[in-house]
Design a protein around this ligand. Sequence first.
Ligand SMILES: NC(=O)c1ccc[n+]([C@@H]2O[C@H](COP(=O)([O-])OP(=O)(O)OC[C@H]3O[C@@H](n4cnc5c(N)ncnc54)[C@H](OP(=O)(O)O)[C@@H]3O)[C@@H](O)[C@H]2O)c1
Length: 285
Amino acid sequence: MSLKTFTLNNGQTIPSLGFGTWELDKEEICVPAVAQALETGYRVIDTAARYMNEAFVGKALAESGLKREHYHLTTKVWVTDFGYEQTLRAFDKSLKKLGLEYVDLYLLHWPVEGFRRSWKALEKLQDEGLTKAIGVCNFEIDHLEALAASSNSKPVLNQVETHPLFQQRTLFEYMTEQEILLEAWSPLGRGDATLLTNPVLLEIAKAHGKDVGQIILRWHLQRGSLAIPRSSKPSRVESNFQIYDFALTDQQMASITALDTNQRSAGDPKDPEWIAKLMSMPIPD
Ligand SMILES: NC(=O)c1ccc[n+]([C@@H]2O[C@H](COP(=O)([O-])OP(=O)(O)OC[C@H]3O[C@@H](n4cnc5c(N)ncnc54)[C@H](OP(=O)(O)O)[C@@H]3O)[C@@H](O)[C@H]2O)c1
């Protein structure tokens, strides 16, 4: 099946659905899950130094037999490795663990102190062809503005928590104006029951003969954002990919938009306690 793609602000394209690997940190779970995702047709794989599974992701990629140019690998620099030299060293470690010669996208994981210096390192890595594109995660509008004020380059995307109960509408509008793609993390709300058993979503699912996960992922796609759902269950890895054979009506899209509660379920990038917690979690060697 050919995947619809999004065009990034640097002219590159990226498939419109990806596979997340957070918490797939055991080899016997991660390798088969990524292998199955690749077999199913996912061509964007999202990892991070923090997930401590880059070696397993790299193993699954190597064993897939796919040509390097036929998939898109994202990894991220962790907050305790921010700073110019530290970020370059962290990237080198990630690349070795992945067993790759380059990555497709390298992201700043959270907007903590020092992100501008790390961004300079990302620019250098991009200039050297070691990453094809660079971007950020969990940036609010003022972080994006601060980055723009101190740099001539723009993130191609910003990976942020987004799902029907937390739609990031103001940020999304700003990023659309700035031509920065929204990549949705926790696109299924981490499997939260209040989302997956929501009556509005259940009714839409019934009308299309689909499950709620597929309806949510189709909503992300039609909205113009790249979702990276994660699953360790083969049947869900497969079903979450089956979103290209139907379309939500304008009315159904509007009904889902009306579900927004504007309540995030995970860490707030503006919360100093949350940031302090992240900074207290260096990655062991
Ligand atoms: N940049 C960041 O700061 C950041 C933060 C968080 C996540 N991420 C990235 O975003 C990816 C996705 O986010 P996420 O892993 O937090 O959450 P998610 O993809 O929204 O949800 C994953 C959870 O939902 C369950 N699930 C998957 N498909 C389902 C379906 N069709 N029906 C019901 N339950 C389903 C999974 O359980 P089973 O395994 O049992 O199927 C898992 O517990 C991550 O894996 C990671 O790559 C990035």
